[in-house]
Design a protein around this ligand. Structure first.
Ligand SMILES: [Zn+2]
Length: 407
């Protein structure tokens, strides 16, 4: 994806083929001359390193034709990342349903499936089913199992991204500490005949939605926050182009901030924001007054239909979330605050704005855009796919993978 900030790359003789790939992928240097200029490498060394990338199938010459060289002389051929040499699998799990897709390396969805996948049934069953979905989707997209370079998974709980395990998740019974990577890798291999060692990356759903949305719509925003309000409430932050997770992967878990009410939360505490202002909480209140609703998605359907009581409750929930977001915004000073999830419609957003602008310092909100999702229900998938690609093609890992390919 061009235009994103891109990582720091090494210069001089230190610059590897992986560094050159990063420069091309980020759009910072896309001709041989520009790569020489950016790294200080000689023309011959740039040529040798690019040759490895061509042999791996990772680079191709651009369709746009030659452009003027920054070093003068003959116009140069532009280079681009060849996103056809592999595909990524991605999935986004919610409490009651899941979404899975095959994506290109630049984030285009080639085949997609959504269906019932109940997180309460535990990781063994859910990940086994996901392995089957992936195998079917690949077949539908017409790609062999060995074209898959990695799998990205978004889950509705806090994740230790070093191990890919969820840590004390409030709404994922049976998942705490479970080896998600191992199980999903094996499930996919059993269903598709792929190697069992396909890399699997797991992250929190709000983190991956934020990552997908920031890259797709706001690549130059250096502090981006997304709040997902569905059955639960969670937030993801992308700071300096990278997901901000905190030391334990717990950053952004704003659903369990105590707001003083006495409602019992699924985490076992009383008075959490999620217990009073989530889609689940709104559904309970509607059910108490005789309106059939059990989950965030039921509330979304009622909001779409313009149900007056659902709209009033969504606006009140927005005010409660907005009050907490005033603190978030004061702490992070983001350029974009995106509201996503089942409740992210006009009544909720109006409520958020009412309290946010009333409670936050004007300086924190002067350059703040409060927006709704661009990618919609696909944000988590797109973010999960991008996470895998950024992990696999980061300069040092790319270099190791090139060596393993024997180029
Ligand atoms: Zn809670």
């Amino acid at each position: 994806m061009t235009g994103r900030a891109g990582r720091t790359v090494k210069a001089g003789n230190q610059a590897s083929a992986g560094d050159l790939l990063e420069l091309v992928r980020s759009g910072r240097a896309t001709t041989r001359g520009a790569l020489q200029q950016a790294t200080g490498l000689s023309r011959a060394t740039v040529g040798q390193r690019l040759d490895r990338l061509f042999r791996a199938g990772w680079l191709r010459e651009g369709a746009g034709g030659p452009v003027d060289s920054p070093l003068g002389g003959r116009p140069s051929i532009t280079l681009e990342f060849d996103d056809a040499h592999a595909v990524v699998l991605a999935a986004d799990l919610d409490t009651r349903h899941g979404r899975a897709a095959v994506l290109t390396l630049t984030g285009e969805i080639l085949a997609e499936h959504t269906g019932v996948l109940v997180i309460d049934e535990g990781p063994e069953a859910v990940l086994g089913e996901l392995g089957r979905w992936f195998a079917e989707l690949l077949e539908k997209a017409g790609h062999p199992a060995d074209a898959v370079c990695g799998i990205g998974l978004a889950v509705p709980g806090p994740v230790d991204s070093d191990t890919g395990r969820v840590v004390q998740p409030p709404i994922m019974p049976g998942w705490d500490g479970y080896d998600i990577r191992g199980r999903l890798g094996r499930a996919f291999a059993e269903c598709s005949g792929a190697r069992a060692d396909v890399p699997v990356l797991v992250d929190n759903d709000a983190n991956l939605m934020a990552y997908g949305e920031q890259r797709a719509g706001y690549p130059h925003c250096s502090a981006f926050a997304l709040v997902k309000v569905s059955t639960g409430i969670g937030a993801g932050m992308v700071v300096g182009g990278a997901i901000y997770r905190g030391v334990d992967g717990g950053a952004g878990d704003i659903g369990h901030i105590r707001v003083g009410a006495d409602a019992l939360c699924r985490c076992g505490s009383y008075g959490c924001l999620a217990a009073v202002a989530s889609g689940g909480a709104v559904a309970r209140r509607l059910a108490d007054s005789g309106v059939p609703a059990a989950s965030g998605s039921d509330v979304r359907d009622l909001l779409t239909a313009g149900h007056p009581e659902a709209m009033a409750l969504a606006r009140e929930a927005g005010r409660q979330v907005g009050d907490v977001l005033a603190t978030v915004v004061t702490l992070l000073n983001p350029g974009v605050l995106m509201i996503a999830g089942d409740l992210a419609g006009t009544p909720f957003l109006t409520g958020v704005r009412e309290l946010l602008y009333q409670r936050a310092l004007p300086r924190s909100t002067a350059h703040l855009d409060v927006v709704t999702s661009r990618l919609g229900e696909r944000a988590g998938l797109v973010g999960a796919g991008a996470l895998v690609v950024e992990y696999l093609y980061a300069p040092e890992r790319a270099e190791k993978r090139l060596a393993a390919l024997g180029v």
